[in-house]
Each structure stands twice: as structure tokens, then as C-alpha cells.
Write a protein that binds this ligand. Structure first.
Ligand code: BTN
Length: 267
């Protein structure tokens, strides 16, 4: 399986030869530290749409400085280089956009229904299947390059998860009892991201928000949001705005906008 994945990614001619932006160029590494680092390092030499795929990462990172477990041969770890001429406030929607694209890609390829926990965790039955980490290089307040990094637990079995995540994480294989073709799944996800990124460039953030709202499992629920290094906010998740911030109605009736944090769904 590993060999065929490597061969398939290396031979991604169908994506490379079509006119789309995302996946115009694809670089594959058997092992790297983090595909996000690679994308940012190569951002001057390559144009928007470059995808770096790795079979394993030695220093895979998650949100809020956490580790992203990245063993070889079974999962998907990839990052996309983006260079929008948008403002810093506009691009905060991009990881949420990617989460919607991933949910759609999984549904199309494997027929597995997943959902999004704010802001961009890919969930199934209360457990995490995948996540997105956006990092960027800026100069004088302007965006030079964005790395949109995606990690998905694809063919891991329960015994492969490290102790600290085994009760909170799952994989597509565990959920579907099927071996998933990583290469075909990657292609579907890249197509979806390409479509939604085109909408983003046209300024259609509202459509992205609406798509995210359709696919998420946070809004409408009573939640606690743990802000990083900060407050704990409890209330009803009512929606998100065009920056992807979560709107929480407190018991006082006031609506708080939250930019980052960990959500626990209470009811
Ligand atoms: C999260 O914490 O939910 C985000 C996880 C993002 C992991 C991906 S794997 C590819 C890319 N490279 C990294 O080091 N992180 C992202």
C-alpha cells in the first residue's frame, strides 16, 4: 500500500496537467519534519497551489503547539501553498473553508459522513479524524505565503494510537471498516479545496460560511470554549461570522465573538 501510494503521488499527472490552481505542482517526501515548514520554506520558489505531501512527519504540529502524530504508511499529511492578495482579516476563514472541503472529499470518496467541530476539527462520533493548521509568513502586515496544512487519520487501527489520544481520536478505517485509498482521497480533497478557494478569491466568504454551517456539529449546542491561555466562555454556539469567529450567546443575552480556542460540546 505504501509503495503504491508513493508511486501514485509521484505520478499525479492528471492533477498537474489540468488548469486548476490547487495541486498544479505536487512534491512528495517519504519523510519530513512538517509539510507546513516545507511549504513556507519553498514559498519563494513556487507559485500558489503547490502541494507538499509526506508519508510521515517527524515534527508534525497541531493547533496551539500540540504534536500531530504522523506515522508512515497509513495517513494523509499535506500542506498547500497559498498567496492571496487579501488582508490578514480575510484569510482567517481559510482553515474553516478547508475543513468543509475535507468533509466533502471524505463523503465523496468513502461515503463516510464526518462533521466539523469549530473551528476546523474533522469529527466522527465525537472523536477527531483530522485537523487543519494554517501558518503564514508576513512582511509589513502583508501576507507573503500561507501554508494550509491538513492531517487526516486514514487507515490507522485502534492499537496504533498513542495513549494520550486513543480515547479522543479515530480514523476513517475504524469508522468504515474499509481500507481507504489515500491517493484517491487526496485527489478528491484537493479538488474540493480548489473549488472553494476559487470562491474565496471571488470574495464569496458568505458561501463558505454557509457551507461550513451546513457541515458543522457545533452550532445550536450549549458549549464551553477554552480560550488559549485565557477565559472559559459558556453559552450557546449560534453561528460564525465571515472571519470564522464563533458567535456564542451568553446567559446574559450578550453575543461574544471568539477567535480561537477549544470547544467542548455540553448538550
Ligand atoms: C490540529 O491540531 O487539529 C491541526 C493538525 C494539522 C496537522 C497537519 S499534518 C500536515 C501539516 N503539517 C503539520 O506539521 N501540521 C499539519
Amino acid at each position: 500500500m505504501n509503495a503504491s501510494f508513493i508511486k501514485s503521488v509521484n505520478g499525479l499527472t492528471s492533477l498537474q496537467s489540468d488548469p486548476r490552481t490547487i495541486g498544479k505542482e505536487i512534491i512528495f517526501y517519504e519523510e519530513t519534519v512538517s509539510t507546513n515548514d516545507d511549504v513556507l520554506r519553498l514559498s519563494k520558489e513556487y507559485g500558489e497551489g503547490l502541494v507538499i505531501v509526506a508519508d510521515s512527519q517527524k515534527g508534525g504540529r497541531g493547533r496551539h503547539g500540540r504534536r500531530w502524530f504522523s506515522p508512515p504508511g497509513i495517513n494523509l499529511y499535506f500542506s498547500i501553498l497559498l498567496k492571496p492578495s487579501s488582508s490578514l482579516e480575510k484569510v482567517t476563514i481559510l482553515p474553516l473553508m478547508a475543513s468543509a472541503a475535507v468533509v466533502k472529499g471524505i463523503e465523496e470518496h468513502a461515503g463516510i459522513h464526518t462533521s466539523i467541530k469549530w473551528p476546523n476539527d474533522i469529527m466522527r462520533g465525537g472523536k477527531k479524524v483530522g485537523g487543519i493548521l494554517m501558518e503564514m509568513k508576513t512582511a509589513k502586515g502583508k501576507i507573503c505565503a500561507i501554508a494550509l496544512g491538513i492531517g487526516l487519520n486514514v487507515n490507522m487501527t485502534s492499537d496504533m494510537f498513542p495513549e494520550e489520544i486513543k480515547n479522543i481520536a479515530t480514523s476513517l478505517r475504524i469508522e468504515s471498516r474499509m481500507d481507504i485509498d489515500r491517493f484517491k482521497l487526496l485527489k478528491k480533497i484537493l479538488r474540493e479545496i480548489d473549488c472553494w478557494y476559487t470562491e474565496f478569491l471571488k470574495g464569496n466568504s458568505r458561501d463558505i460560511v454557509n457551507e461550513w454551517l451546513k457541515l458543522n456539529s457545533t452550532t445550536g449546542h450549549e458549549v464551553i470554549v477554552q480560550e488559549i491561555g485565557g477565559r472559559e466562555i459558556r453559552g450557546t454556539a449560534e453561528g460564525i461570522d465571515e472571519m470564522g469567529y464563533l458567535l456564542i450567546r451568553l446567559s446574559s443575552g450578550i453575543v461574544e465573538r471568539v477567535s480561537a480556542g477549544d470547544v467542548t460540546i455540553l448538550a
